[in-house]
Unconditional design. Structure first.
Length: 550
């Protein structure tokens, strides 16, 4: 059901709570301004698009979301995708992709798929986040050094080629300002943790640049800053464009889902609450459906702004709504001041963002782990940087799935025990040793691990390898927690082969999931319910009734 957290939070809401949310919302709104501008510029659109996104998406995510304190808006996660889409399809294509992503997010929430996002491997998230960080840094090198580059190519290698060719045009005033701003951002947390360094350097650089008339580019030199929200406009939608942009829209939806739910989980830990992941996805979907109509770009929950909200006392979605209203107020009444912000200062802000996104600690930890994890991490990172984020996520998921299946297959095995066995040893150290009496003519296969398409061959080989003269086969499945259609097929083939040889099959210790699938597939009915036993003791008792004893 559609249950925004705002509706729940307004029960028992009073003036004291409002004042706390108001204070937090004002602070977050001011903090969000330079980030919205920076992400808009880095994405290849402009500062106004970043502000529009922060206002509209920020309002909708707070008003409709499933988290008490989530702050939504443009983030660095989308820079790679947005830049690439604009290069190929223009702003109309970006709007189409974002609207499609919004629809996908709403469907994900409505179908209660919020919990599935947690199954995206950590290595993939770390890989593409680091790749995005490198890409953001690359887009800011020109402004950081004040280079005269002209129109930049869209690819990573092309950008660095232009930088090397034009490095002789360095503007040392721009570089000096950017370097000082970057140093202040990294040192500032020692001075104050409530007021972010990004806001401090934007104000500082703007004042210095205006007073001393430094020869560096400002926002006004490149962009027009409107003083109101634009009228909504629907992009031209055509089937061929929708088909071409659907993979990109899916990537935007996955990124928005991952980023927003990660942010919500972090926020839950900070305030001791629990968010509704499905409701949060619906809110993200509505935000990304509506924002493009006003010229905005993709949006999601922003961890840094959400944390700022919590640290300043925000405890209900009202704070997030106030943050959006503050940004709207700045646009309407103080928008003209934005044009004086120097580009090198914004470059310093984005370089610090890319440094924080890179996740050096997480990468170092993963590099000490398994080769499969390192492979997925490296592939996702390199594909994000050199090819495309959509490709990176797709290939990363396929590699992760392949390595997971491979590991599960290696963990599985089939053991054979006959009447010449001294006993059947338990598979796990915490289970006692068993000494089972196995009658003549009876064979036991114990299946270790899942019996699915990747492990069926082991089962088939074990059966083919057995040349024993047996008339009853017990398949012990106490350590088989998962079965798929391939496993059912293998059991059915074994049953058919045993029928020819007049061998009776008995299943032992079948877990819930395999048992349910065996019932649905009709395999239990084929074997006979009396031949599906709860444990090995009952299976041996069943064998005795068939004339097998010792």
């Amino acid at each position: 059901m559609f249950k925004p957290e705002l509706v729940k939070s307004l029960k028992g809401y009073d003036g004291k709570k409002f004042l706390t949310d108001l204070s937090a919302g004002i602070i977050v709104g001011i903090v969000a301004l330079p980030l919205a501008i920076a992400f808009g510029i880095a994405s290849g659109v402009g500062p106004s698009e970043g502000i529009f996104t922060a206002i509209i998406a920020g309002f909708l995510i707070s008003a409709l979301g499933g988290s008490k304190v989530q702050i939504g808006g443009p983030t660095g996660a989308f820079v790679v995708i947005v830049y690439g889409v604009i290069q190929k399809f223009g702003m109309s294509g970006l709007a189409t992709a974002t609207i499609l992503a919004g629809i996908l997010l709403i469907l994900m929430g409505a179908l209660k798929l919020g919990s599935l996002v947690k199954f995206i491997p950590y290595t993939i998230i770390t890989g593409f986040t680091a790749g995005i960080a490198v890409t953001i840094f690359t887009t800011q090198v020109g402004d950081f050094f004040g280079l005269t580059t002209g129109k930049m190519p869209g690819d990573f290698v092309g950008k660095w080629g232009v930088y090397f060719k034009t490095f002789g045009t360095v503007n040392w005033w721009a570089f000096g300002m950017a370097a000082v701003c970057l140093a202040i951002i990294f040192v500032w947390p020692k001075v104050s943790k409530k007021i972010p360094g990004s806001l401090v350097v934007i104000v500082f650089a703007t004042i210095v640049c205006t007073i001393f008339k430094l020869p560096v580019d400002t926002i006004a030199d490149r962009y027009e800053i409107p003083t109101m929200l634009p009228a909504p406009r629907l992009p031209s939608l055509s089937l061929p464009v929708v088909v071409d942009l659907f993979p990109t829209a899916a990537s935007i939806a996955v990124l928005a889902a991952v980023e927003s739910l990660l942010s919500a989980v972090v926020a839950d830990g900070m305030i001791g609450a629990k968010h509704d992941s499905d409701q949060e996805l619906i809110a993200q979907g509505v935000a990304n459906l509506v924002t493009p109509l006003f010229g905005g770009i993709p949006a999601t929950g922003a961890i840094a702004r959400t944390a700022t909200n919590v640290k300043n006392g925000g405890r209900t979605p009202v704070a997030g709504i106030v943050h959006a209203v503050v940004l709207l107020f700045i646009l309407l009444f103080l928008g003209k001041l934005v044009k004086y912000i120097p580009m090198p200062a914004l470059a310093a802000v984005l370089v610090s963002v890319s440094w924080n996104m890179a996740g050096f600690r997480e990468i170092r930890a993963l590099l000490k782990g398994q080769k499969s994890d390192i492979t997925v991490l490296a592939a996702t990172f390199l594909l994000t940087v050199f090819v495309d984020l959509t490709v990176a996520i797709g290939i990363g998921l396929m590699l992760a799935a392949f390595f997971f299946i491979q590991k599960m297959a290696l963990l599985s095995d089939v053991h054979e025990y006959g009447d010449d066995s001294e006993g059947v040893l338990a598979a796990h150290a915490d289970m006692p040793e068993e000494n089972l009496v196995i009658p003549d003519g009876l064979l036991i296969y114990e299946v270790e691990g899942p019996l699915f398409f990747a492990t069926v061959r082991k089962f088939e080989v074990a059966v083919q390898r057995s040349g024993a003269d047996f008339r009853c086969l017990i398949i012990r499945m106490r350590n088989t927690s998962y079965l798929d259609a391939g496993g059912v097929k293998a059991l059915r083939q074994l049953y058919n082969a045993c029928q020819v040889r007049k061998v009776q099959i008995i299943l032992s210790g079948v877990h819930a999931q395999p048992l349910k699938l065996l019932q649905k597939s009709g395999m239990v009915e084929t074997l006979g319910e009396e031949n599906v036993c709860v444990d090995i003791t009952h299976a041996l008792e069943r064998a005795k009734t068939l004339g097998f004893s010792k």
